[in-house]
Design a protein around this ligand. Structure first.
Ligand code: SF4
Ligand SMILES: [Zn+2]
Ligand SMILES: [Zn+2]
Length: 304
């Protein structure tokens, strides 16, 4: 069977649109879609230094490759940052992959560890928590957001790009809905032009399965070993649920994504709170203490 756009054989059928693509046209479509998302939401501007958060997984390495290619023809620069949570036996392989990939592409790369930033590795933090109510991923996610902010400031970047894809966005939306955490839904709007450091997700409109296929067809090496804490939360179940819906109803992920963006916009406007400075660390927050200081304070209380 021939590709819809050229004479080459089909390697990928986009079920929700019926498009049949050869390997090259498929890859080009991913690059084009990423560029379109970046320009639609004004994610990158002239003169920006973009810190690409690279975990060593398929999404972040694919993003690094695409954004690196773009930076060659545009007026912005990129550097890679990796956050080392301190999860024994997991992050080491990823760090090696990222290091090699960055040196191949000649991209500057730096590692920032929770242990250096917060004086606690994730494993130590998890040992200190007094119950399982705070899930590993919620503690880890809170610390990671701060670690990324810190890393961007350290290297002088004004944009942080992460490899979150459309599936990640849908899962996060449903997790927040199911846990009653509607405030966080307001953070999901891709437009954050008002922030001092722009957080961008250029893959937010691309299916995870397509990023996997892109990584394979472009021979991007990535870590396949999952984090040992991955299945502790509800995310894996939600992921399977959304995938089973998509299997029966092609395109349902795209529909849900449109709803996420609309709802996020409404929640963002109705929940607007003046940002103040955390009394402990000076970072922006909406209460007396930011979520990182609150989390660390609770954990370190147990340490003494
Ligand atoms: S799966 Fe959870 S604990 Fe593991 S790195 Fe991701 S957020 Fe952290
Ligand atoms: Zn083709
Ligand atoms: Zn703080």
């Amino acid at each position: 069977m021939k590709c819809d756009f050229c004479e080459n054989p089909v390697v990928y059928t986009r079920k929700y649109s019926g498009q049949k693509l050869c390997s090259e046209c498929f890859s080009n479509s991913i690059v084009r879609k990423t560029a379109k998302t970046i320009s639609k939401h004004k994610m990158i501007n002239n003169g920006d230094l973009v810190a690409v958060g690279v975990s060593g997984g398929k999404d972040s390495l694919a993003l690094l490759k695409i954004i690196h290619e773009m930076s060659k023809n545009h007026n912005f620069k990129i550097e890679a940052i990796t956050i080392d949570e301190g999860i024994p036996g997991y992050r080491n392989e990823a760090l090696e992959i990222v290091k090699n990939f960055c040196s191949e592409l000649e991209i500057k790369f730096r590692v920032f560890a929770y242990k250096d930033l917060f004086d606690l590795s994730l494993s130590e933090a998890l040992e200190l928590r007094d119950d399982e109510k705070s899930s590993s991923c919620s503690i880890c996610g809170t610390l990671r957001r701060r670690a990324l902010d810190h890393a961007a400031k350290e290297i002088g970047a004004n944009v942080i790009a992460t490899g979150h894809n459309l599936d990640d966005m849908l899962q996060t939306f449903l997790i927040n809905m199911l846990s009653g955490d509607t405030n966080k839904i307001g953070w999901m709007d891709p437009d954050n032009s008002g922030s001092s450091i722009r957080k961008i997700k250029p893959f937010c409109e691309i299916y995870e399965s397509e990023i996997v296929f892109y990584a394979f067809t472009n021979n991007i090496p990535f870590q396949t070993e999952p984090c040992p804490h991955m299945n502790e939360g509800i995310r894996t179940e939600i992921r399977e649920f959304i995938n089973s819906l998509e299997k029966q109803h092609s395109g349902i992920k795209n529909n849900l994504y449109q709803s996420v963006i609309r709802v996020s916009n409404i929640v963002k406007d109705s929940n607007y709170k003046e940002k103040v400075k955390c009394q402990n660390c000076g970072n922006e927050c909406t209460g007396k203490l930011c979520s990182v200081c609150t989390t660390l304070h609770k954990l370190k209380e147990k340490q003494t």
